[in-house]
Design a protein around this ligand. Structure first.
Ligand SMILES: C[S@@+](CC[C@H](N)C(=O)[O-])C[C@H]1O[C@@H](n2cnc3c(N)ncnc32)[C@H](O)[C@@H]1O
Length: 254
């Protein structure tokens, strides 16, 4: 008789799994009104690194024709389920935001939301992504980038614990160890992921490039954009020393 082998798979995390991402970010809505305002005059919207459609879907509900691009199968599968649930039709594209060609140049708005720019780990990656975005924009279109404003205290902040509940009621508890390499401007999150379903703990890691406002400003200029507005928050307040966010509104140079 062949013995039965039970393989227990370690839990995934909100970094690599669409269901986890949604469960972890269920209460994150603070940026939605801002994006709805940004898209109010935009007929065609492209969201890069769209994840599970947290922003793309509300923009489609408001009437924009939305394309969401992400390189993760799991995120796109969850986005498709979410869009079906919301009754909207969105074009989902699996692609790398550093090198994509959708064969069109008519988007009124390209969205790079919620620290997704920080996933571009090198300046070359950032430039190739920004240039792709530039090629897809209509002449009067806008690229809007939302990242965190790096402050020394927050970069050196202590480890954190994150907890959320999946639709099957498994409780996920994540300990995240934060570290920062100031020479490389890379902040890392090392995650230990535990599930109440008894599976063995898993691990995950995310590196992000920390972008400073002047660096971002030079990068978008090199990609042939003008910075037309800079905000320090979703209420469009001025960017200053107390800001938590750093939001750039960029228009393509002629
Ligand atoms: C922080 S989530 C943001 C999702 C969504 N924009 C939101 O605000 O909820 C970042 C997303 O970027 C995607 N991503 C990471 N690197 C990427 C790349 N090179 N090209 C396309 N998508 C990428 C991940 O799969 C993930 O869905």
């Amino acid at each position: 008789m062949i013995p039965t082998v039970t393989v227990t798979v370690p839990p995934r995390s909100f970094l690599n799994d669409g269901e986890h991402y949604d469960a972890c970010h269920a209460s994150r809505h603070d940026d939605l009104l801002f994006w709805i305002k940004m898209a109010s005059e935009a007929r065609r919207v492209l969201e890069l690194a769209c994840g599970t459609g947290r922003i793309a879907i509300p923009l489609a509900v408001k009437g924009s024709q939305v394309t969401g691009l992400d390189d993760s199968d799991s995120m796109i599968a969850q986005a498709q389920r979410n869009a079906r649930g919301a009754g909207v039709d969105i074009e989902w594209v699996k692609a790398d935001m550093r090198s994509f060609d959708l064969g069109r140049d008519d988007f009124d708005l390209v969205v790079l939301a919620f620290n997704s720019v920080n996933l571009l780990l090198t300046l070359d990656d950032a430039l190739t992504c920004l240039r792709c975005a530039r090629r897809h924009l209509a002449p009067n279109g806008r690229l809007v980038i939302d990242t965190f404003l790096p402050s020394p205290e927050r970069l050196l902040a202590e480890d954190l614990e994150i907890a959320y509940v999946l639709p099957d009621d498994a409780k996920i508890t994540i300990r995240a160890r934060r570290s920062y390499d100031p020479a490389a401007q890379i902040r890392s999150l090392d995650l230990t992921v535990a599930s109440s379903d008894g599976s063995p703990p898993g691990t995950d890691r995310q590196d992000v490039h920390v972008y400073y406002p002047s660096e971002l400003s030079l990068l978008v200029q090199q990609a042939d954009f003008d910075v037309v507005a800079m905000y320090g928050g979703y209420d469009q307040r001025r960017l200053d020393a107390l800001s938590r966010r750093c939001i750039f509104v960029c228009s393509p140079l002629a």
